[in-house]
Design a protein. Structure first.
Length: 247
C-alpha cells in the first residue's frame, strides 16, 4: 500500500527555491533516502512529506498519520530526561491503542503500548526491531551521541503506530560502522510495517534504501528554510486510512 505520493513537489520563497520537482512514492515496508548537499532542502522536504511544513508547488498525497524521528531544532530529546523516561512519558501520553485503530497499527506498536506499565523500555526497543541498539536506558538526553539521538527518535516515533516515519540527517556525526548499523536498523524498522524516509548526505554502500537525490548543482542554493515553531503545520489527527491530498 502506498503511503506517500509526491509529484513535482516544490517549495519556493521570496529568496528562491528551497527544493523543486521532487517525485517520491513510498509504501509500507519501504526505506527511502533523500540525499543532497547542505542547503538542498532535505529537512524542509521531509517535514512537508510528514505534513509538518508547507509546500508551494506540486501535489502530495499521504495515507494515514506520520511521525517524526530526530529532526534537529524541531523534534529532539529532552536534555533532562533519561532514555527510559522519554519512552515512559510517550507511552503514558499515547495510552492504549483504541480498539477501532488496532487493525491499522503495526502489531509491534500495539504490543509496546500494552506493555507500558510493565517494561516500557524493553517493549519499545523490541517493537522497533532495535534489540541490538547501543542505547542505555539511564542516559540523559543531553549526553546522547548523534547515533543514539537518532535511535531514540525512531523508537519514540514508532510508538504512535504511524504509517510514515521520517528522520533527518541520519549520518551526521557518526563514523562508518555507526552509519552502516543505522542504515541496517532503518531497514529493519521499515520491515516492522512502516514507510520510512530518512535524509542524509549520502547512503552507505549495501543499504537497501531507495535513493532520491535533490539539489541540482547548476541551480542557486540557499541555507535551510527556518521558521518559528508556530509556523510549522500541525499534524492532523488521523483515525482512518483516508488519503490526505495537498496541492
Amino acid at each position: 500500500m502506498k503511503i506517500v505520493e509526491a509529484s513535482r513537489l516544490g517549495l519556493r520563497t521570496r529568496r528562491g527555491w528551497v527544493y523543486r520537482d521532487v517525485d517520491l512514492t513510498a509504501g509500507i515496508g519501504e526505506l527511502h533516502a533523500v540525499t543532497g548537499p547542505p542547503g538542498s532542502g532535505r529537512t524542509s522536504l521531509l517535514l512537508a512529506l510528514a505534513g509538518r511544513f508547507p509546500h508551494t508547488e506540486g501535489e502530495l498525497r499521504r495515507r494515514g498519520p506520520a511521525a517524526l524521528g530526530q529532526v534537529a531544532g524541531v523534534h529532539e530529546p529532552d536534555p533532562t530526561l533519561t532514555v527510559a523516561e522519554h519512552i515512559q512519558e510517550r507511552l503514558l501520553l499515547l495510552g492504549p491503542v483504541p480498539r477501532r485503530r488496532r487493525q491499522l497499527v503495526p502489531v509491534a506498536a500495539v504490543r509496546a503500548r500494552r506493555a507500558y506499565r510493565r517494561d516500557a523500555y524493553a517493549a519499545a526497543i523490541a517493537g522497533a526491531g532495535f534489540t541490538d541498539t547501543p542505547l542505555d536506558p539511564d542516559v540523559y538526553g543531553r549526553d546522547l551521541t548523534p547515533v543514539q539521538r537518532q535511535v531514540l527518535g525512531l523508537v519514540l516515533a514508532s510508538l504512535s503506530g504511524p504509517n510514515l516515519i521520517v528522520a533527518d540527517d541520519v549520518d551526521a556525526g557518526s563514523d562508518a560502522p555507526e552509519r552502516a548499523w543505522l542504515w541496517a536498523a532503518l531497514s529493519r524498522l521499515a520491515g516492522q510495517g512502516y514507510a520510512v524516509i530518512a535524509s542524509a548526505r549520502a547512503v552507505e554502500p549495501g543499504s537497501a534504501a531507495i535513493v532520491h537525490r535533490i539539489g541540482d548543482p547548476t541551480l542557486p542554493t540557499r541555507t535551510e528554510l527556518t521558521l518559528p515553531p508556530a509556523a510549522l503545520v500541525k499534524p492532523r489527527a488521523a483515525e482512518d486510512q483516508t488519503p490526505e491530498v495537498t496541492r
